[in-house]
Design a protein around this ligand. Structure first.
Ligand code: NDP
Length: 323
């Protein structure tokens, strides 16, 4: 089969399309013919070595497609099932072997590409808004990169829960998309977003900041919180946040700080099915719009990473094998 392989950490150019042997489904696994692989920021961290994985590696955690075969002990899935997943490995490929416990069936009203686009960022937005800090009517949240993949979904889910959303973006074009998703926007490349948040909340600050940008926003995110507010640092698109003195949480208002990850919010089969079921259900019923920014052939994985890293995407990037 064709797959993207990375032999050593580096820039986007280290991702090469190569021929490799087809994977075989092991015990408890299903072999999935990938129809769309989701591109995520974590794939960049894996490619650069920022999050350590052994090399050589085939990038990609997210995908959707059709079950081609199942390994021993798999009873819940059979060849021909349409499935999606966010916690596989090696999805920048025509085939991937995935633990059956990580798969979900795709509802008939949701396309395979929509499912590939929604699993990782959609379930992330879901756990942030419903579990890490469960938003309620009357709350105001700050969402960074509100026109991004997670950002647009998180904004919509926050609105579904009745919260007010302030969303940061780097351009007017992105502001338009974030507003369509339900945010009141702040151009954080032009103005001090913490000052804007104080102005827009009558000086009170927000109950929660969802920060996936990291190094460039972390400190001012703390400055944007109300007393006893919650700082949710869930990513580092601009770089890693340096170590902090916990005393700062006291000085800025007895704040809570958490650094969550999707794996811990989909630990059991029940939690995975309930989160994925709600996200895919909202898509099926039209309550949640997943914006696919661009579909690229698998061979253009390097271009996909360049687009994501240079802040030129607004929504999901998909890699499509076989085109
Ligand atoms: P996005 O589509 O949001 O792309 C990243 C966005 O971050 C950019 O478009 C840009 O928006 C903003 N940004 C600000 N500074 C930079 C910079 N220096 N370089 C690149 N981008 C920058 O990506 P995703 O939706 O895939 O992911 C968003 C974040 O969520 C990432 O940090 C990712 O790691 C994290 N994540 C965490 C998960 C978890 O469970 N913890 C799971 C999934 C994602 P703008 O131009 O408007 O500033």
């Amino acid at each position: 089969m064709k797959a993207i392989r990375v032999d050593a950490p580096g820039g986007p150019e280290v991702m090469r399309l190569v021929d490799v042997p087809d994977p075989k489904p092991g015990e408890g696994e299903a072999l999935v013919r990938i129809e769309a692989a989701g591109v995520n920021f974590i794939d960049v961290y894996h490619r650069t070595g920022a999050y350590a994985l052994p090399f050589p590696l085939v990038p990609g955690q997210e995908g959707a497609g059709t079950v081609a075969a199942v390994g021993g002990g798999v009873t819940e899935f059979a060849a021909g099932d349409r499935v999606a997943f966010a916690a596989g490995s090696g999805t920048y490929a025509e085939l991937a072997s995935v633990p059956a416990a990580r798969l979900v069936q795709i509802p008939s009203a949701v396309s395979t590409k929509q499912a590939a686009a929604a699993m990782l960022q959609g379930m992330t937005a879901h756990y942030l808004a419903t579990s890490t800090y469960p938003l309620k009517p009357g709350d105001t949240c700050l969402v960074h990169a509100a026109a991004g993949g997670v950002g647009q979904l998180l904004t919509q889910i926050a609105k579904l829960r009745g919260a007010r959303v302030l969303g940061t973006v780097s351009s007017e074009d992105k502001a338009k998309l974030a507003r369509e998703a339900g945010a009141e926007t702040i151009l954080y490349t032009k103005e001090d977003f913490a000052a804007a948040v104080r102005r827009m909340t009558g000086g009170a600050g927000v109950q929660v900041v969802y920060d996936g940008v990291g190094r460039d926003t972390f400190e001012k995110s703390l400055d944007s919180l109300a007393v006893r507010g919650t700082m949710v640092l869930f990513g580092q698109a601009s770089g890693a946040v340096p170590p902090i003195d916990p005393q700062i949480l006291n000085q800025k208002g007895s704040l809570y700080l958490t650094r969550p990850t999707l794996a811990h919010y989909t630990r059991t089969r029940g939690e995975l099915l309930s989160r994925a079921g709600e996200v895919l259900g909202w898509i099926a019923s039209g309550k949640l719009n997943v914006r696919v920014f661009r579909e690229l052939p698998l061979s253009e994985a390097a271009e996909a990473h360049r687009l994501l890293e240079s802040r030129r995407t607004t929504g999901k990037l998909l890699l499509i094998p076989g085109i």
